[in-house]
Design a protein around this ligand. Structure first.
Ligand code: FAD
Ligand code: EPU
Length: 311
């Protein structure tokens, strides 16, 4: 076996199928740059790039993407949860740096064991810290920006350190421009007890009991102004609609799942169908790589209770 080549600054560079980095399990090849420090990141960002986190919100084309795909690794995927005495005050703890490449589920578990609250609401989100911050991932029990003190962001013009208050963040939106990379954050946490933190996590976890357990990128559409997109899609009779090997989940209509061997165009076709059938305009939560308009349906849609074609 030959070792993967390294870039000038030492980043490991390998051509890999992106499907293996996504929770949907779909996506063709790209050149993946595993960067573990700022010098490697600067080199990687010198050519057109995309940043890949936990791949839990992505529908990547079967052809892959032409840009290099950056993945944070090494020290940029490590966490220092020690309270910083200079920044902490009483029960308000500010941690050391937590890398953008750190898996969120393990972080949330670790915080529970330490009895540190503020991020309990993000339990069950299979993201990396950087991706979760960029999307401001969350649930009705809390979101990433509840637990941020400082963000370090790599921009094409260099590294910036900002406070959350400097960003215009909101529901599923951090206000950080696309392509700017969340390299590290310091967390702002409330000292509590492991039992109390666990109780809040259990509440948030219970709310997702009805979500499907199959390969999926989570909810397809954002909730439009207080109404559940899932309910709207359900009311349109679309649960169980299938294109190729992609299915609108019978458990929750805002989830598209991969039955095994689904393609990106299968998923695009279902997204198109939802937009055609739901009267309320829906904003996509999934991110489509390489982007652009939704694909054309190339396979037949089957298995849903609404009439296909003109009514
Ligand atoms: P990716 O999917 O890899 O990328 C998503 C976007 O973030 C891309 O634009 C990417 O370029 C960008 N990005 C990734 N890393 C960085 C970085 N370091 N810096 C800057 N940009 C970056 N979401 C919720 O909000 N609430 C939920 O309850 C929830 N439940 C889910 C349940 C399941 C089973 C699944 C599969 C998904 C769920 N999601 C949920 C969706 C998803 O987890 C979130 O959107 C999450 O924020 C995506 O993070 P990621 O690291 O996987 O990013
Ligand atoms: N509903 C239906 N039919 C369905 C699905 C839902 O009628 O097929 C109804 C439910 O009965 C409920 C309402 O819609 O009355 C809301 O449903 P749910 O409680 O499942 O929450 P949601 O709004 O659909 C949101 C987030 C999820 C998050 C859960 C739990 C969005 C788009 N979705 O779902 O986030 O996990 O709350 O807090 O905001 C994600 O963003 O990827 C995601 C999974």
């Amino acid at each position: 076996m030959t070792a993967a080549p390294h870039s000038r600054t030492g980043a490991r560079v390998d051509r890999l199928p992106l499907a293996r980095f996504t929770t949907l399990g779909v996506g063709g090849e790209a050149e993946v740059w595993f960067v573990s420090d700022h010098a490697q990141l600067a080199e990687a960002m010198a050519q057109p790039y995309r940043i890949l986190g936990g791949g839990s919100n992505l529908v990547i084309a079967d052809e892959g993407v032409p840009e290099r795909v950056i993945r944070l690794s090494g020290p940029l995927a490590e966490r220092d949860l020690m309270p910083d005495p200079a920044l902490s005050d009483g029960d308000q703890i500010v941690t050391g740096w937590v890398g953008g490449g750190v898996p969120l589920p393990g972080l949330v578990r670790a915080l529970q064991k330490l009895g540190l609250g503020n991020l309990e609401g993000t339990v069950g989100i299979p993201a990396q810290v950087g991706g979760a911050v960029w999307m401001n991932a969350g649930t009705r029990y809390g979101e990433m920006f509840d637990g941020l003190h400082t963000l370090e962001i790599a921009t094409p013009d260099g590294l910036r350190v900002v406070a959350p208050g400097e960003l215009r963040w909101g529901y599923r939106d951090s206000g950080i421009p696309r392509g700017h990379i969340v390299t590290r954050v310091r967390l702002k946490l409330q000292r509590s007890t492991p039992e109390e933190v666990l109780a809040k996590m259990t509440l948030a976890d219970t709310a997702r009991k009805g979500q499907p357990k199959m390969k999926t990128p989570g909810c397809a559409f954002k909730n439009p102004g207080g109404v559940g997109a899932g309910r709207l899609i359900d009311e349109a009779g679309l649960k169980g609609a299938r294109v190729g090997n992609a299915l609108i989940a019978p458990e929750h209509a805002n989830f598209i799942v991969n039955l095994g061997g689904a393609t990106a165009s299968d998923v695009h076709a279902l997204l198109d169908l939802i937009r055609q059938r739901v009267a309320v305009p829906l904003e996509l939560e999934y991110e489509l790589w390489p982007g652009g308009a939704l694909g054309q349906a190339t396979s037949a849609v089957t298995g849903f209770s609404w009439p296909v074609g003109p009514e």
